[in-house]
Design a binder for this molecule. Structure first.
Ligand SMILES: Cc1cc2nc3c(=O)[nH]c(=O)nc-3n(C[C@H](O)[C@H](O)[C@H](O)COP(=O)(O)OP(=O)(O)OC[C@H]3O[C@@H](n4cnc5c(N)ncnc54)[C@H](O)[C@@H]3O)c2cc1C
Length: 441
């Protein structure tokens, strides 16, 4: 699968990407250092939450702080590429042998039926393979024991074997990894486990950012299994879904289904996606289909359809007395998307007080969206870049200089601020605290 090959021409993952931080793998020690930074960040969020809890709004923010991390900071990205290929090859195996498209979970296939189809496809020795299949009373959930992936002793190359139809024997889906690569993969998982456990102890939630589509199958799968492991009493781990991807709706629906069947809390951030130009350039250069929706309108439609599906499921669960089983962050600077979310919440019957939908914008951007949302009772967050000043400042200034889209939105903010300043001068209200009684739509 060409998209999961290492492409030297795209080795610089900052190519055509202005709005996301890129981590380059140097060695395992750098990844350990990143864990420390993320841990500092978790403590900063916890500390901030407590301060706000103690001094200002008693009890309103405790346990609601969030830290976002990128998995590529925690290990060798090439391993994510390899794991992504395994996942996509496993899906192809499902289509070839079992029929249907994509994951097996949606097919509600019994283990007996799976065995029958494997035999029909010419596979003889199915016992060993079927023994590892994950199922419940509704049917097969996964063909592989994915839950093991978040286990720190997991051997990647031993787990992913499928019965080959051509060769009539079990074959590996992943090319043999060296002992060193296996160790690097376990290190990455150990680091993520450490961070999530810290988050759990501090009562801070942790979001795993979405990155390039060739890493996403692995990032998303690891995150989902972390959710299954840690989100047993509330949503601590959040995944991210990029709605510019053609597969976004299917991915979210499948993962929501897994959360329902395996009974864990589901947390997700919905974004449009930050790597569009690079994705398109890479797909064209390496000769695979563009994973991005064809137009901006198609991306918006995908965003709204996906959010609606989440809201519909939230409402279903609310009716069944499980109101906070799904938590969603609407991470967007788009006013229409924010309006859409508010209107759909109202229409479907999910209120701001349910505290299952929150909104997120970047620090310094679109305060005219974030503040009224917060002041009218919606949970609203600002994403704050965190790290050593000598790394954060150059990153921020590069973003501000390169990202024209950001500047356009800042222009709007400046115009709004100016008109408010004029209004205050004319009304003699230079020092003025709004009462916060807003209706955001
Ligand atoms: C709190 C927060 C967290 C974020 N976390 C992540 C993350 O983890 N991973 C990540 O990838 N991004 C992340 N982003 C960035 C996000 O994906 C968007 O790039 C950014 O927010 C701009 O989208 P918008 O909805 O705010 O605004 P808009 O200006 O309405 O949308 C712009 C976006 O639309 C899409 N688009 C534009 N033109 C086209 C086209 N021709 N065809 C198809 N689609 C098109 C692109 O995704 C583009 O970025 C985050 C953003 C926020 C606010």
């Amino acid at each position: 699968m060409p998209q999961y090959n290492v492409a030297k021409t795209f080795a610089d993952r900052r190519y055509k990407v202005q709005s996301a931080r890129t981590y380059f793998y140097l060695n395992e020690a750098t990844c350990e250092r990143n864990v420390e930074i993320f841990q500092d960040c978790l403590h900063a969020v916890e500390h901030f939450s407590r301060q706000v809890t103690i001094f200002t709004f008693v009890g309103t923010t405790y346990g609601t702080g969030i830290t976002a991390v990128k998995l590529t900071a925690l290990g060798r990205p090439q391993l994510l590429l390899q794991l992504s290929e395994v996942i996509m090859r496993a899906r192809k195996f499902v289509s070839d042998v079992v029929g249907g498209r994509g994951n097996v979970i949606g097919q509600k296939l019994s283990a007996d039926e799976l065995e029958k189809r494997l035999i029909q496809a010419g596979v003889q020795d199915t016992k060993k393979f079927l023994a590892k299949v994950v199922k419940d009373s509704e049917g097969v959930i996964h063909l592989f024991p994915w839950s093991g992936i978040v286990d720190e002793n997991f051997q990647l190359s031993d787990t992913f074997r499928v019965p080959s139809i051509k060769e009539g024997r079990m074959v590996r889906l992943i090319s043999q990894l060296s002992a060193k690569e296996e160790e690097m993969f376990r290190n990455m998982i150990r680091r993520l486990n450490t961070l999530i456990r810290t988050a759990q102890q501090l009562d801070v939630r942790i979001m795993i950012d979405a990155e390039q589509s060739y890493f996403q199958p692995a990032i998303s799968r690891i995150t989902l299994e972390m959710m299954r492991k840690y989100n047993t009493e509330k949503a601590i781990v959040f995944n991210t879904y990029q709605c510019y991807l053609k597969e976004a709706f299917n991915e979210v629906s499948t993962d929501l289904e897994q959360a329902k069947r395996q009974n864990f809390f589901f947390g997700a951030k919905l974004v449009r996606g930050a790597y569009m130009d690079q994705e398109r350039a890479r797909a064209a250069a390496l000769g695979y289909p563009d994973p991005i929706n064809p137009t901006y309108e198609a991306t918006s439609e995908m965003y709204h359809k996906t959010l609606t599906e989440c809201l519909r499921r939230i409402k279903d669960l609310k009716v069944k007395g499980k109101p906070n089983q799904i938590a969603i962050m609407v991470a967007s600077h788009n006013e229409n998307t924010v309006r859409f979310a508010i209107e759909k919440m109202k229409e479907i019957g999910v209120s701001p007080e349910d505290k299952v939908i929150c909104f997120g914008q970047l620090l310094g951007m679109c305060d005219y969206i974030t503040f009224p949302l917060g002041q009218s009772g919606y949970s609203a967050y600002k994403y704050i870049p965190y790290g050593p000043v000598n790394e954060v400042l150059p990153y921020l200034s590069r973003r501000a200089m390169e990202n024209k889209g950001v500047l356009k939105k800042i222009q709007k903010e400046k115009t709004l601020l100016l008109s408010e300043l004029k209004r205050r001068l004319l009304k003699g209200q230079l020092i003025y605290t709004p009462n916060g009684d807003y209706t955001p739509v």
